[in-house]
Design a protein around this ligand. Structure first.
Ligand code: UDP
Length: 462
């Protein structure tokens, strides 16, 4: 019997490409043929950073389509990028699918699109192809997006999704409150970016109605209230390469694996791991305060200083010599392997959803330092719902001082309740992805659905 051929398409950001590639690999592992569609820029990054295509047994093909921006244009300008994706990619995707269907010998039988790329789901519907949405962030964040019409109707925001005032919102009694100015799309200072993201939100919510499956990289055990608000959302996570002892794929930067040997030399539960994902930018004052805080902690630390995270990356005089081999600084780490390593004691994190899942799955207490978008809500879950971490507080000038870092690291490590809660969460969450666990079963059912019918038997769901 011919293998089903699934086209998988993520939003072009590190935190979306990585979990979507992990999903794609789970499909490949179950005999599904996958064409993985990146934007051209993302494709080059991923291929250039050690993606071993042969590791997919010939079942996964990496392809690209343009994102609509000129090669020299700035992809960190999220306003520009988002508008370009929304306005230019649908036609390119349609052309790509037509070409595959003519030339490949196996037609595309299903499209799985990141729900942030809702237009891709519309393309699949138009072409009569079965479709599913994938959500790589928290379901609580998705629930806030799904509530946008109610928030407009209740006078919380205008028709462009902009808050009319700073107020507290409750999506459910058992979910943490949200500030209307801190939603995934309202948190941007620049109103152009906020409005562009709101367009993406509207498109994502409409696209969700066109799918038979909506799978989410989360677990019921992590956010039961959010899942009970929207029973059509199906938890299949956390999907992590480290859970199957595989290498994390889809890196935008070259990972420095030498830090694993350094971790091997450190005592158990001693190392502070600091990483802020792919977007966070901090100024020089903040950078120096963070460096100072790590020095003051007087413990081993592994710190990811991503290229571009600061303008200049200048350390105070003598800093590197003073911390010596106690501090290891890398430009990009094999993060899942780091968090799985027994030497790691705690995770100073920007609370991106993937980092959150990775820290929780490996039972690590957190020090939370959110930067933007959904990260503030993830921080609320870590600190107020799971109680596995503490917030790092900024002073009146907006800087997290070295003394604050030292005292919170001490607190999270000395008060055993954080380690105990982190261990309990780890047990619950990993239970979900083990055989008989809910996420594990859901993923199995989803893959069975993919195998059920091919394009010729395509059924329209709407
Ligand atoms: N990551 C990594 N090495 C690093 C820092 C981050 O591999 O040094 C990975 C991390 O494991 C996670 C992803 O990059 O899977 C970042 O996603 P997240 O949602 O945490 O944050 P974002 O980059 O979207 O802000």
């Amino acid at each position: 019997m011919a293998k089903p051929h699934v086209l998988v398409i993520p939003y072009p950001a590190q935190g979306h490409v990585m979990p979507t590639m992990e999903l794609a690999q789970r499909l490949v592992g179950k005999g599904v043929k996958v064409t993985f569609v990146n934007t051209e820029v993302t494709h080059k990054l991923v291929i250039g950073n050690g993606l071993d295509q042969d590791g997919f047994g010939g079942l996964m093909k990496m392809v690209w389509i343009p994102d609509g921006l000129e090669p020299w244009e700035d992809r960190t300008d999220l306003c520009k990028l988002t508008i370009s994706l929304l306005e230019s990619m649908a036609d390119k995707l349609e052309e790509l699918i037509e070409k595959i269907n003519e030339e490949d010998g196996s037609k595309v039988s299903c499209v799985i699109a990141d729900d942030s790329m809702g237009w891709a789901i519309r393309v699949a519907k138009k072409m009569g192809i079965r479709r599913a949405a994938f959500w790589p962030a928290s379901v609580a964040t998705l629930a806030s997006m799904f509530s946008f019409q109610k928030l407009i109707d209740d006078g919380v925001m205008d028709n462009d999704g902009m808050p009319l005032q700073d107020q507290t919102i409750r999506l459910s009694e058992t979910m943490p409150p949200l500030r209307s100015t801190n939603l995934a799309w309202t948190c941007f200072e620049d109103s152009g970016t906020a409005k562009a993201f709101f367009r993406l939100v509207v498109e994502a919510v409409e696209a969700a109605r066109l799918t038979e499956w909506f799978i989410c990289n989360s677990a019921t055990e992590l956010e039961p209230a959010a899942f009970s608000l929207y029973p059509q959302l199906v938890p299949i996570g956390p999907l992590l390469a480290s859970n199957r002892l595989a290498n994390q794929t889809g890196h935008f930067w070259q990972e420095d694996s030498t830090c694993l040997a350094w971790l091997d030399q450190q005592p158990a539960s001693s190392v502070i791991y600091i990483a802020f994902g792919s977007f966070t930018i901090i100024n020089q004052t903040q950078f120096e305060e963070l460096a100072l805080g790590l020095e003051l902690c007087n413990r081993p630390f592994l710190w990811v200083v991503r290229p571009g995270m600061t303008k200049e990356t200048t350390y105070a005089d003598g800093y590197i010599e003073r911390v010596g081999s106690r501090g290891r600084i890398v430009s990009w780490a094999p993060q899942q392997k780091v968090l799985a390593h027994p030497s790691v004691a705690c995770f100073v994190s920007h609370c991106g959803w993937n980092s959150t899942l990775e820290g929780v799955t490996h039972g690590r207490p957190f020090l939370c330092w959110p930067y933007f978008a959904d990260q503030f809500y993830n921080e609320d879950y870590i600190c107020d719902i799971w109680k596995t971490g503490l917030r790092l507080k900024k002073d009146e000038t907006g800087i997290v001082r070295g003394g604050e870092i030292r005292s919170k690291v001490e607190e999270v490590l000395s008060n055993k309740k954080y380690a105990t809660n982190a261990f309990d969460m780890k047990e619950k969450v990993t239970g979900s992805i083990r055989e008989h666990g809910r996420s594990h079963k859901n993923l199995g059912d989803f893959i069975e659905w993919i195998h059920e019918k091919d394009t010729n038997q395509c059924q329209e769901s709407t």
